[in-house]
Design a protein around this ligand. Structure first.
Ligand code: PMP
Length: 460
């Protein structure tokens, strides 16, 4: 939705004059502006003109408890009065970070040894990559350093985490990926399976290609594989049947660490507490963020297994201090808010709620496969991706230059629905508190957005 005409001194004008928007077409933004949100209520947000939107992305896959959970504001306020800041450097710390670390270890998808708090998903994954390198130096395997991510995977935007990500538009002009990163196939079965290939066969092909990549690089040089249980920024792509069951034995065979990025999937999104549970993953490190604090505070956590922790400690004699850390890692206010978030999840049985409401959303989108624009709708729990297709029978995508995904996203916004177009895949991750009625409303608004886009495309 555009703000026109632009009034001098309006927020829109001041915004365009002063801010760089992230992950945004900067020229289009300078010319047309965007949407500034003013307040939130449940799963709804309101822009500065008072227009109301159902936030079907929970912001950035993240505002799990919606936009008006007072208990989180109170938790922050209380902690700010008690101790507004204290770091975790030089052997110092604070109490909420201890409580939160213990809590996370008690609910980890696999027994984990220790928690490192950071401020964002990118930083948690960046730290994971640094620890992979540090670990292999510590255990006397300095040649084992390459990290394998996946095409369209997303792990963040620091230099290392964006290198692990497989998003070409985030690499070009930034001189990344760094040299020690490789990318395995994108597991989007619908788009990339061959005619007649079953999901299991497709997964076998993905696993065989990964093994071939490892062998070509030399297994003694490959340190870790990083993956999201469900690829988020790649388009909300759920793994095909058998995918991780076939990948994990290969990682074990070549002694490759498995870094599981639970930044989107963690805390109930897939209908279990962790995506790792949903898909039977056995990680060596787990990163999480976003729903950890319902996004009311910037905080992430990296959980690491005992052998990795022991290797870190073993370097103390040689190196003295562990040379990694951020001013705000383990921030007491962020930790207090995260603790309250986890309490709310348990009290309200958020995982059970996701399981109950998920069919309304998933079946609602599945029904839209009859729509002329929709080739495929697929998801798990409260995450789904809807693939728009030019020719459904031939599985022929639109010419990217037509920006059909962006058109659909804009039409949805006109009917009060915020979705995210990732190319021509439309992603959905509503707040986990969405009700059945709201989920039905989300599907019906999406159908309206699709109809409006279809009318415009037909008209040429
Ligand atoms: N990993 C995944 C799976 C993500 O989806 C994201 C953010 N969308 C990140 C990492 C990076 O998190 P942040 O933006 O908090 O740095």
């Amino acid at each position: 939705m555009m703000f026109s005409p632009t009034l001098p001194n309006s927020y829109d004008a001041r915004d365009r004059a002063s801010l760089i928007h992230q992950q945004t077409d900067l020229k289009a933004y300078r010319d047309d502006g965007g949407t500034l949100m003013k307040r939130g209520e449940g799963i709804w947000v309101f822009d500065e003109s008072g227009n109301r939107y159902l936030e079907a992305m929970a912001g950035l896959w993240s505002a799990s408890l919606g936009f008006s959970e007072k208990r989180l504001a109170e938790a922050a306020y209380k902690q700010m009065l008690e101790l507004p800041y204290y770091h975790t450097f030089f052997g110092k710390g604070n109490l909420p970070s201890v409580d939160l670390a213990e809590k996370l270890l008690s609910i980890a998808p696999k027994p984990m040894s220790k928690v490192l708090f950071q401020c964002s998903g990118s930083e948690a994954n960046d730290a994971a990559i640094k620890l992979v390198w540090y670990y292999h130096n510590a255990i006397g395997k300095p040649e084992k350093k390459k990290i394998i991510g996946r095409v369209r995977g997303y792990h963040g935007n620091t230099v290392a985490s964006v290198s692990a990500s497989g998003q070409p538009h985030m690499h070009s002009d930034f001189d990344v990926p760094l040299p020690m990163f490789r990318h395995a196939d994108n597991p989007n079965y619908y788009r990339f399976h061959e005619d007649g290939e079953s999901e299991e066969d497709f997964s076998s092909r993905m696993a065989a290609n990964l093994e071939a990549l490892i062998l070509a690089e030399g297994p003694e040089t490959v340190a870790a594989f990083i993956a999201e249980p469900v690829q988020g920024g790649g388009g909300a792509i759920t793994p095909p049947a058998g995918y991780f069951d076939k990948i994990q034995p290969i990682l074990r065979k070549y002694d490759i660490l498995f870094l599981v990025d639970e930044v989107i999937c963690g805390f109930g999104r897939t209908g279990n507490l962790w995506g790792s549970e949903t898909y039977g993953l056995v990680p060596d490190m787990v990163s999480c963020a976003k729903a950890l604090s319902a996004s009311y505070q910037p905080i992430s956590a990296l959980m690491i297994s005992e052998p990795i922790y022991e290797a870190l400690v073993s370097e103390s004699d040689k190196l003295g201090s562990f040379g990694h850390g951020y001013t705000y890692g383990g921030h007491p206010v962020a930790c207090a808010v995260a603790l309250e978030t986890l309490r709310i999840y348990e009290e309200r049985d958020i995982v059970g709620h996701v399981r109950r409401v998920s069919p309304v959303m998933q079946e609602g989108f599945k029904a839209l496969e009859d729509h002329p624009l929709v080739g495929n709708a697929r998801g798990v729990g409260l995450i789904a991706g809807v693939e728009l297709m030019a020719d459904k029978a031939a599985r022929q995508p639109f010419d990217p230059a037509r920006k059909v995904g962006t058109l659909v996203q804009g039409k949805c916004q006109e009917v009060g629905l915020i979705v995210r177009a990732i190319g021509d895949r439309i992603a959905f991750t509503p707040p986990l508190i969405i009700t059945d009625d709201e989920a039905a409303e989300m599907c019906s608004r999406f159908a309206k957005g699709l109809d409006a886009a279809w009318s415009e495309l037909k008209a040429g």
